[in-house]
Design a protein. Structure first.
Length: 214
């Protein structure tokens, strides 16, 4: 990952704790690609724990939601530090672009499908997954046309993971009154509807830029 022009804007990169951890990682043999690969493992585990909501009840559901939410956050931390290790620490390599992009799509599939299974709504999970990938595709498609990468929402990658983490937290807090699966299903509906809006927004921006350039 050597290109910074179209890098996703993240305020967390400028925090002292993130920069400190990056410096510590830079002193180890760990590569950015290895951090990206570990993020895939975290996403797969998050998806499995979300799916386990459908196979448990009571305090068991609270426990699996807690673990699932933690793995989502671990995945996000990996996604932060692979880029910082590559660019800020100068540890990037020729295959960085692959590892910067592909693991994110695997994570979308693993986590959103897992949430759908846990909610008892697998088709809804797959719908959210398809739309999430379409959102990412439009960003990449715009870039392939020479346009600046469009990271706009309302349901970009970071927004999807925030929604899922919030759903896990609410599922825990509201579990005495509302079934956690219901909370997860509601979160998926929010993701689906907001992804539709994001697809429309990014698609129109690409079309407008092409029209102006022509």
């Amino acid at each position: 990952m050597t290109e910074t022009k179209n890098r996703r804007p993240l305020t967390s990169r400028n925090t002292g704790w993130a920069q400190g951890i990056t410096r510590a990682l830079a002193k180890t043999p760990i590569t950015p690609n290895q951090v990206s690969a570990f993020s895939v493992m975290a996403a797969l585990l998050a998806g499995l724990w979300f799916a386990a909501v459908a196979w448990t009840d009571g305090w068991g559901q609270v426990a699996v939601l807690l673990v699932a939410g933690l793995f989502v956050q671990l995945r996000l931390l990996c996604n932060l530090f692979d880029g910082m290790l590559a660019l800020e620490a100068g540890r990037g390599g020729p295959t960085g672009a692959f590892w910067n992009e592909v693991p994110d799509r695997v994570a979308d599939i693993a986590i959103l499908v897992g949430v759908g299974l846990g909610a008892g709504e697998p088709s809804l999970g797959w719908a959210a997954t398809a739309l999430a990938i379409l959102v990412a595709y439009l960003r990449a498609f715009g870039g392939s046309l020479g346009q600046d990468a469009d990271y706009s929402g309302p349901m970009a990658k970071q927004h999807r993971m925030a929604a899922i983490t919030l759903a896990a937290a609410l599922g825990i807090v509201l579990s005495p009154w509302i079934a956690p699966g219901t909370v997860l299903a509601f979160a998926l509906w929010v993701i689906v509807l907001c992804c539709v809006a994001t697809v429309a927004r990014r698609g129109m921006r690409i079309h407008e830029r092409l029209a102006k350039s022509g």
